[in-house]
Design a protein around this ligand. Structure first.
Ligand code: NAG
Ligand code: NAG
Ligand code: NAG
Ligand code: NAG
Ligand code: NAG
Length: 616
């Protein structure tokens, strides 16, 4: 373990996260071969976070999708409606494409959401739909009652979209009655919510800004359109979908500033350039779109491409990781340039989203059979293909081929950045540090894995089913504030004709490593540091050298709480001895004997441990 003092300071956040080992970015290799390795790791990473058999899901009920196993700094040990729905949409699309056999997991998710929809919570209850806007729940299917940014109105729309994809699969496979009896009652509540509340303010997908959010509005429009189509297929109806969808689409237009998508209508003192909009664009992707439609912000539309450039360019100067990268090449992408959360860093899922939009666009241009460059999208194209000019280029022409090739290379650049800053074991945290690229914030983030999987699928040309963006989606000439009051009924039927079996689920195994937090209560004065060392190499093999022993953090030290701590990823099942020592200007003071002893757990479902010691 080589940690110089300078690096220890620089990597403080990642040290707290437990990646004490100096982070060495990967050498760039073939993206194809990395994705071939990373894709199964990402799929397993998702499954590890789904209860009750996932390796990291201690205490979580069957079908519950954890955001991350991280229980502290930050605590993401909850299930979010948004993250779960996006993740399940990925699994459902994989299942339909035949790339995984996870139908039992899909059914378990649907079963648990019937319960979650009915839980009264601080946002409200199912009686008038308000409870559906609650962003997150405890993993044991109870309400989270702490203060939070609520409501978040994208959740019901995203959940409807995930379930509609599976319902359409069932219809296509002669199981319409299952779709109607089990899935439609859940989807109907979510559609009723969207139709009733779309025109009210919401917290955005980052849970920070209250106002209106492009991502949310885009997801709501899509859900109403495909929800109505599902209703028709099932012999049901959704009159409120029909009445509200055009007005949601009308409102969606207002996010366009003339040169980019304003991600939020809110007074938050930001430019509005935000990965929110790129995630909204990939949410609205319709592989069957008959044109690069600006109104629904299709990935290949001029507006969505101009926005892609504006948003990604906004990160070029803010992260030192991006310094020196040419304007024609991909960069690390975060949420928004003004972000300070966990220090304000690039996110894996934002960087994969930048790639995914472009893979979607390539699919669309090939399908439509031409690329049109307008004055709106010219800047995007010129940055990556300097001789680009406005015009329409038919497939088969040399310009079409050259443009496709330039966009493909540029898109792959975003994936290569993710590759470069993914640690050797392939785990994907939430963020990577803006100066060093070291993973940080929540570990093993479910959404990071799901985002990697969808981007890799689009790169391989695998696309989801259409949501019907081309079917009569004309923008009304005048927008008006509106709402349609719906009715809500508890969805209780989970009697699947073929009961979900767990046979296709991986059996629960203990994780290879646990995040073990050492807490030591010890009074120190300025200039004193606390280290630990022990009899295994991960703890420095009893060395007191600064390069071998483990430095604890005093970040949370208070006069009333003399806490030093560090989190280390240690192999499960390992027994070790250890001790703390003080260092003051090179003078080392040991704790009294005896040596402390500890064994890292090796239990299915347990991913973290906390050792509480005080100076002896
Ligand atoms: C569910 O989990 C919450 C949060 O961990 C806890 O406070 C509550 O007691 C649990 N409820 C039940 C019924 O287990
Ligand atoms: C409601 O819709 C109107 C018309 O599109 C729009 O001007 C207004 O900003 C919307 N308000 C919210 C909170 O969505
Ligand atoms: C202890 O402090 C000295 C002087 O500040 C420093 O050189 C050394 O690296 C520190 N750590 C250890 C474990 O000696
Ligand atoms: C470290 O100590 C533990 C507990 O005494 C012991 O079981 C283990 O074998 C030791 N490991 C090494 C590498 O010496
Ligand atoms: C250690 O302390 C933490 C709070 O700081 C607590 O959650 C945990 O239960 C404690 N662990 C033990 C084994 O007492």
């Amino acid at each position: 373990m080589v940690v110089t003092t300078a690096l220890a300071a620089l990597n403080l956040l990642s040290l707290v996260q437990g990646t004490l080992v100096e982070f060495v970015p990967r050498a760039s290799g073939s993206l194809d071969s990395w994705l071939a390795t990373e894709t199964p790791i990402a799929l397993q990473g998702v499954l590890d976070n789904i209860g009750s058999s996932g390796a990291f899901t201690e205490g979580a009920d069957e079908g519950i999708v954890l955001a991350s196993p991280s229980k502290a700094d930050p605590d993401y040990y909850y299930t979010w409606t948004r993250d779960s729905a996006l993740t399940l949409k990925t699994l459902i699309d994989n299942f339909i494409a035949g790339t995984s056999d996870l139908e039992s997991t899909i059914k378990e998710y649907i079963n648990v959401e019937t319960v979650i929809q009915g839980i009264s919570n601080p946002s409200g209850s199912l009686a008038d739909g308000t409870g559906l806007g609650e962003p997150k729940f405890n993993v044991n299917r109870t309400a989270f009652t702490g203060s939070w940014g609520r409501p978040q109105r994208d959740g019901p729309a995203l959940r409807a979209t995930a379930m509609i994809a599976y319902a359409n699969y069932l219809i296509d496979n002669s199981q319409s009655s299952t779709a109607k009896d089990i899935i439609w009652p859940i989807v109907q509540n979510d559609l009723a919510y969207v139709a009733q509340y779309w025109n009210k303010t919401t917290f955005d997908l980052w849970e920070e800004t209250q106002g209106s959010s492009f991502f949310t509005t885009a997801a709501q429009h899509r859900a109403l359109v495909e929800g109505n189509a599902l209703a028709t297929s099932l012999g049901e109806s959704c009159a409120n979908c029909v009445s509200q969808a055009p007005q949601v689409l009308c409102f969606l237009q207002s996010y366009w500033t003339g040169s980019y998508i304003l991600s939020n209508f809110a007074s938050n003192g930001r430019t509005g350039l935000d990965a929110n909009s790129i995630l909204g664009v990939i949410e609205t992707f319709d592989p069957e779109a008959s044109s690069c439609d600006d109104a629904t912000f299709q990935p290949c539309s001029a507006k969505a491409l101009a926005n892609h450039k504006a948003v990604t360019d906004s990160f070029r100067s803010v992260y030192s990781l991006n310094s020196g990268i040419a304007a024609s090449s991909a960069v690390a992408v975060g949420r928004y340039a003004e972000d300070v959360y966990q220090g304000g860093n690039p996110w894996y899922l934002a960087t994969t989203a930048a790639a995914e939009q472009l893979y979607d666009a390539i699919y669309q241009w090939k399908k439509i059979g031409s690329i049109t460059i307008t004055s709106v999208s010219l800047g995007f194209f010129q940055a990556i293909y300097s001789s680009a000019a406005t015009g329409t280029y038919a497939s088969g022409s040399s310009t079409f081929d050259a443009l496709i090739s330039a966009v493909q290379t540029y898109a792959d650049g975003y994936m290569s950045i993710v590759e470069k800053y993914t640690p050797a074991d392939g785990t994907l945290a939430e963020q990577f540090q803006r100066d060093t690229g070291a993973p940080l914030s929540a570990s093993a983030l479910t959404w990071s894995y799901a985002a990697l999987l969808t981007a890799a699928a689009r790169r391989a040309g695998t696309v989801p089913a259409s949501w019907g963006s081309s079917n009569g989606n004309t923008v009304p000439t005048t927008c008006s504030a509106s709402s349609a009051t719906g009715s809500y009924t508890s969805a209780t039927n989970t009697a699947w004709p073929t009961a979900p079996t767990s046979s296709t689920r991986p059996s629960c195994t203990a994780p290879a490593k646990l995040a073990v937090t050492f807490q030591e209560i010890v009074t120190t004065s300025l200039g004193q540091d606390i280290y630990l060392t022990g009899n295994i190499s991960a703890l420095g093999s009893w060395s007191t050298a600064a390069s071998e022993a483990i430095l604890l953090s005093a970040q949370d030290y208070r006069s009333a709480d003399n806490l030093w701590y560090v989190t280390l990823n240690l192999p499960s099942g390992t027994a070790f001895e250890y001790k703390f020592f003080k260092n003051e200007s090179g003078t080392i003071t040991w704790e009294n004997d005896p040596n402390r002893v500890y064994t890292v757990a090796s239990d299915c479902g347990v991913s973290t441990a906390c050792i509480n010691d005080s100076w002896q």
